[in-house]
Design a protein around this ligand. Structure first.
Ligand code: HEC
Length: 146
C-alpha cells in the first residue's frame, strides 16, 4: 500500500512539474489589408472549417490543449502549421511558395494527411465532407501553373 501511495505521489509530482514546460507559439504578425487569402466562398468556408486552427492567426486551442503532455503535440502543430502556411498572411508569399502550397494542398487533402487525423479525432467540427474536400482540391488544382 505504501509503495502504491509513493508511486501515485511521484507520478502526480512528475505530472505537475511537466506543466512548467510549455511550447511557445510565436505571435504571428497582424494581417494588413490584402494579406488574407481570397478564394470563392465555398472554398473559403471549407478552408476555415478544416485548416484555420493551425494555418491562420485564429487561436482555437481547447483547455486540454494547454495541459502537458497533450499541449506538446497541440502547440507544436499550431506552431509548425503556421510557420509553413498562414492563410491570413497568404498574399505576402512569393508566387513560388504559393505554388508549393497549392501542390501540397492537393496532395495532402487528397491523401487525408490534412487536416491532421489526430486533430480531427477530437475536433469533429473540422471534419470535411466530400464536397468540401472537392472544393479545396479543385481550387488548388486550378491554381497550379497559373
Ligand atoms: C491540427 C493542425 C493542422 C490542421 C487542422 C491542418 N494542418 Fe496543414 N500542417 C500542419 C502542420 C503541423 C504542418 C507541418 C508539416 C507536418 O508536420 O506535416 C502542416 C503542413 C501543411 C502543408 C505542407 C505539407 C506538404 O507536404 O506539402 C500543407 C500544404 C498543409 N498543411 C495544408 C493544409 C490544409 C489545406 C488544411 C485544411 C484542409 C490543413 N493543412 C489543416 C498542421 C495542420
Amino acid at each position: 500500500m505504501k509503495t502504491l501511495m509513493l508511486l501515485f505521489g511521484w507520478t502526480f509530482a512528475a505530472f505537475a512539474l511537466l506543466q512548467f514546460i510549455q511550447i511557445d507559439i510565436p505571435t504571428p504578425p497582424t494581417p494588413k489589408a490584402g494579406d488574407r487569402i481570397s478564394a470563392p466562398a465555398p472554398v473559403m468556408a471549407a478552408i476555415k472549417k478544416g485548416c484555420y486552427d493551425c494555418h491562420s492567426n485564429r487561436n482555437n486551442i481547447p483547455w486540454y490543449g494547454n495541459i502537458a503532455p497533450i499541449s506538446f503535440e497541440v502547440r507544436q502543430h499550431v506552431k509548425d502549421g503556421r510557420k509553413w502556411l498562414n492563410f491570413d498572411l497568404f498574399n505576402r508569399y512569393t508566387e513560388e511558395k504559393k505554388q508549393k502550397i497549392y501542390q501540397g494542398t492537393v496532395k495532402t487533402v487528397t491523401s487525408g494527411a490534412m487536416p491532421i487525423p489526430l486533430y480531427l479525432w477530437k475536433h469533429t467540427e473540422a471534419r470535411l465532407n466530400p464536397a468540401e474536400r472537392k472544393a479545396i482540391i479543385g481550387w488548388a488544382k486550378g491554381k497550379i501553373g497559373e
